[in-house]
Design a protein around this ligand. Structure first.
Ligand code: NDP
Ligand code: GDR
Length: 373
């Protein structure tokens, strides 16, 4: 039987790496679109890559291209002839989208349109299925709790406005041209390979580095923001499931549980055996170490290790998000497998290993060098 072929944009990102792994496990031929960068950007997928010179039957291919460059998209889609396209590429940082609104609109909004147009221009409307990485940020200023597929949208950032354009373009191309095109409205999902500037990873990485003595404090923005956090590994499975149905539909993917940024900090610290209490309000709030269980930690009761820096406040904030994924559960039998506690534990453990390695190199390594001289 002919192997299914998938094209993943954003393959070098968090979700791209988990999805590529899943599709390769399922026997797919996987093509990925990657940007040209001055430094290597394939850390997350290096373990999947096989040099085509070394092996017959390689099933994983990378192509240079960019969502802002129609010609590159046309070329790659024409070459790969994919049965499924997963459009995961985006300037995905909400705060950065306030600094780069035009670029964000171009990549995140028009990017989806360019791919859908390429499918049309190449006459692949009946062959190629399309997944659009839509987001809970579409709900923004929430009008209903919890948020589901029918909840009205109210985007609160250039990122969310761009994603709104892509959402409706996907719906329109489905209705106008009969393309099998779906939106996955995914709530926040994290993992040990989450980008280091998103709040969960920023927290687990910083606490781990404070624990080994590489850093003193962690600066955060709005500690009261509430999010519905799941695990990326569980969510990419749903991206695939959405493209295997008889009819294309849009689905919310979420855990149905909500925590604040402050609670995430406390849970992550607890994983290291440290309890933290918060004192003060607004920009003056601080996180203070209350108790430390093990001698290994470079922290002591009374240490202030978390501070608020208003630089991280957003011009318009999304205060609270909570998803209702019952449609995905009822129609596709999907349920998240990883609990909040298990997610935090996995992230903290991974970052603690990295921090210990860095500490060894930075502290012990330099000492060894000095000794040598
Ligand atoms: P990441 O930021 O980790 O990955 C984004 C990917 O897009 C990277 O591979 C990046 O390449 C690539 N990219 C960025 N700009 C361009 C461009 N102009 N052309 C081609 N590629 C580009 O995001 P995630 O994996 O977390 O998210 C995947 C998708 O899902 C995104 O569209 C995001 O907006 C959306 N989403 C994410 C959620 C989450 O909680 N993670 C929730 C809901 C939606 P490079 O490596 O070179 O930077
Ligand atoms: P979000 O994720 O904006 O929800 O978008 P992020 O982790 O950046 O922020 C979550 C909440 O935490 C607050 N916050 C901070 N955020 C960051 N990044 N850094 C801080 O120091 C900080 N302090 C507090 C934020 O204000 C916010 O309320 C993510 C991205 O993956 C999007 O691409 C995706 O669409 C949505 O999730 C669903």
């Amino acid at each position: 039987m002919k192997k299914k072929v998938a094209l993943i944009t954003g393959i070098t990102g968090q979700d791209g790496s988990y999805l590529a792994e899943l599709l390769l496990e399922k026997g797919y031929v996987v093509h990925g679109l990657k940007r040209r960068t001055s430094l290597f950007n394939t850390d997350r997928i290096d373990h999947l890559y096989r040099d085509p010179h070394d092996e017959d039957g390689a099933r994983f291919f990378l192509h240079h291209g960019d969502l802002t460059d129609s010609a590159s998209l046309l070329r790659v889609i024409q070459h790969a002839e994919p049965d499924e396209i997963y459009n995961l590429a985006a300037q995905s940082h909400v705060a950065v989208s306030f600094d780069e609104p035009e670029y964000t609109a171009n990549a995140d909004g028009l990017g989806a349109l360019r791919i859908l147009e390429a499918i049309r221009i190449l006459g692949m409307e009946k062959k190629t299925r399309f997944y659009q990485a839509s987001t809970s940020e579409l709900y923004g200023l929430v009008r209903e709790v919890p948020q589901r597929e029918t909840t009205p949208f109210y985007p609160r950032s250039p990122y969310a406005v761009a994603k709104l354009f892509a959402y409706w373009t996907t719906v329109n191309y489905r209705e106008a041209y009969g393309i099998y095109a779906c939106n996955g409205i995914l709530f926040n999902h994290e993992s040990p390979v989450r980008g280091e500037t998103f709040v969960t990873r920023k927290i687990t990485r910083a606490l781990a580095r404070i624990a080994v003595g590489l850093q003193k404090e962690l600066y955060l923005g709005n500690l009261s923001a509430m999010r519905d956090w799941g695990h990326a590994r569980d969510y990419v499975e749903m991206q695939w499931m959405m493209l295997q149905q008889d009819e294309p539909e849009d689905f919310v993917i979420a855990t149905g549980e909500q925590y604040s940024v402050r609670e995430f900090v406390q849970r992550a610290a607890a994983e290291l055996g440290v309890s933290i209490r918060f004192e003060g309000r607004g920009p003056d709030e601080v996180g203070i170490v209350e108790h430390v269980e093990t001698h290994e930690m470079r922290m002591a009761p009374g240490d202030v290790i978390v501070r608020v820096d208003p630089r991280y406040f957003r011009p318009t904030e999304v205060d609270t998000l909570l998803g209702d994924a019952s449609k995905a559960h009822e129609k596709l039998g999907w349920k998240p497998r990883t609990s909040f506690d298990a997610l935090v534990k996995e992230m903290v453990r991974a970052d603690y290993q990295l921090a210990r390695r860095d500490a060894l190199v930075t502290l012990a390594g330099f000492k060894a060098l000095e000794h040598h001289e």
